[in-house]
Design a protein around this ligand. Structure first.
Ligand SMILES: [Zn+2]
Length: 538
């Protein structure tokens, strides 16, 4: 029996069975259907928060955020906990399975995986993904950019930012189709012309389309728009067929000796109403914002912010980094810290931080009993919160950060984590208002399908998690698995292979290495902020 395989992973950011199923049933995605029939499929449990930065970090490391230290798209700026800056590949505090493959002589190609920008050295090649600083090198080796431009017309970085095409849905779909085609063209070239044992490409278009169009894709959405659904149907079919063609063509290209895996970092669900956690905390006296006059002054300042941002970008030397407040305006400015016991950093953190004495610059909550009591209190408050319109709870589940994660970086975790109830999402709109344009948000259950030599035919898998992918891929290539990976090798194999060839384990590289220092220039920080804004994340 063969003990090592090449593995091709197609990552579909945000893909969800509820969205794909109608296209599968209508015969628009025959290659995916064939993979399901001849391989193993199921759902894939994401991370909490269910956002790409955290989820893809867990995918790459096979570990929970307590070990890789990425808890959100944003992280606190070094030396200034009230300021937030974008997380990037240098935020990762754990080895990746890319590193393990290199150690054992296997080559990897990683294309557009979120959290791989700036690109880092691997045994193989990398095209950095998410929040790429346009104009800066985004590949490893650097010469790859030129090669791709010469041979296949280049790789489109970032793109599909719905903020620029809101309401112009045909335009958004056309862009998604065009960008996806070009990225697939690059994949086709790299499959053939590079050496690799594991190749992964992430396509972000499912996520980008589902956020604003879930009311078209889910006929049970409260804002379901049948006329628009009919109008967009042909283009949506073109898009889903394109995704399916990419799977079919890639599978043919890599041949029968390679395993193919299709995964998503999180699923998707319909949303229609906003929740504002600061408002809930404020109502219960746990958070205090400045009086209204000051808030109005602040919001005026906010209106002028694009102008201010342009001036700062145009004249960076005049505005030293310490004068800026990247990331913090929305949730953290306007807080009266001496009267705030608990607060939120960003909407995407799905977390609440306690204003803890000794940890926060203006902490007021004493560690120990007061802190523990406050955590219980916050949990009770969140779970009791209801939508007066229908009596439904706003929050599905609440847990403590320290109970949810394990590892050397647990201290960075929010004190309380929560999962919103279906239909609700933390957003910019006022509390319990109809969302202006978001129609879908992330769900915990993503998708998992794999087929190839030695893999069960027509199997179903239950309880697979995103952190299981890294050890499973290592096992498929015959490489050992670091013993502190949180994931398990998934039992996707025919003929009791896991029993006859048990996984090998090895010591992990120490998790506290400091190679990863946060080093964005001011200009880069501003560009990341703009990119996250253009994706509606903040
Ligand atoms: Zn998303």
């Amino acid at each position: 029996m063969q003990t090592s395989n090449r593995v091709l992973i197609i990552g579909l950011d945000g893909a969800d069975w509820r969205v794909l199923r109608p296209y599968l049933n209508d015969g628009i995605m025959p290659n995916l259907a064939h993979m399901i029939e001849t391989g193993v499929s199921g759902t894939l449990r994401s991370t909490i928060p269910t956002h790409s930065a955290v989820a893809w970090a867990s995918f790459m490391t096979g570990r929970n955020p307590g070990k890789h230290a990425v808890y959100d798209f944003m992280q606190r700026a070094p030396g200034d906990p009230t300021r937030m800056v974008g997380a990037n590949s240098r935020s990762l505090r754990s080895e990746t399975f890319f590193d393990v493959l290199a150690k054992h002589g296997r080559q990897i190609g990683a294309i557009n995986v979120p959290m791989t920008y700036p690109p880092f050295p691997v045994h193989g090649f990398m095209l950095g993904g998410m929040s790429v600083h346009e104009g800066k090198p985004y590949t490893f080796p650097e010469s790859l950019v030129g090669e791709l431009e010469d041979r296949v017309g280049g790789f489109p970085v970032n793109r599909i930012r719905w903020r620029y095409t809101l309401g112009r849905w045909e335009e958004l779909l056309d862009e998604a189709i065009e960008v996806t085609k070009q990225r697939a063209h690059v994949l086709k070239y790299l499959i053939d012309y590079k050496d690799w044992d594991v190749l992964i490409q992430v396509f972000v278009s499912p996520d980008r389309l589902q956020h604003p169009l879930m009311h078209i894709l889910d006929s049970e959405h409260p804002f379901y728009d049948d006329a628009l659904a009919q109008r967009l149907k042909p283009k949506l079919c073109v898009y889903f067929k394109l995704m399916d063609d990419i799977l079919g063509r890639s599978q043919q290209q890599v041949g029968k000796d390679a395993a193919l895996m299709v995964i998503s970092d999180h699923g998707f669900r319909s949303v229609h109403k906003s929740i504002r956690i600061p408002e809930i905390l404020g109502k219960h006296g746990l958070l205090k914002t400045r009086p209204r006059a000051a808030a109005i002054r602040l919001s005026r300042k906010r209106l002028l912010r694009p102008v201010a941002r342009w001036i700062r970008t145009a004249f960076p030397a005049v505005f030293p980094a310490s004068n800026r407040n990247v990331g913090s305006p929305m949730q953290m400015t306007g807080l009266v810290w001496p009267q705030t016991q608990a607060y939120v950093t960003t909407n995407t953190s799905q977390g609440i931080y306690v204003n803890l004495k000794g940890r926060e610059p203006q902490g007021i909550v004493t560690p120990g009993d007061a802190y523990e009591h406050l955590l219980d209190n916050i949990q009770e408050i969140l779970l009791a919160e209801r939508d007066p319109a229908n009596g439904q709870p706003l929050i599905e589940s609440v847990m403590r950060g320290k109970d949810s994660y394990v590892g050397p970086w647990v201290e960075l975790a929010p004190d309380v984590l929560f999962v919103p109830s279906p239909g609700y999402m933390p957003a910019r709109e006022a509390h319990l208002q109809s969302l202006r344009w978001q129609r879908g948000d992330h769900d915990l259950d993503g998708i998992f399908v794999t087929a190839g030599p030695g893999i069960k035919c027509g199997g179903k898998i239950d309880g697979a998690a995103l952190v299981d992918v890294a050890p499973t891929v290592l096992y498929l290539t015959g490489a050992p698995i670091p013993e502190d990976m949180d994931g398990q090798v998934l039992d996707i194999f025919a003929d009791q292979r896991l029993t006859s060839i048990p996984p090998k384990y090895e010591k992990s590289r120490p998790a506290d290495y400091e190679a990863a220092e946060y080093t964005y220039t001011q200009e880069e920080e501003l560009q990341i902020e703009e990119q996250l804004r253009s994706l509606g994340y903040f």
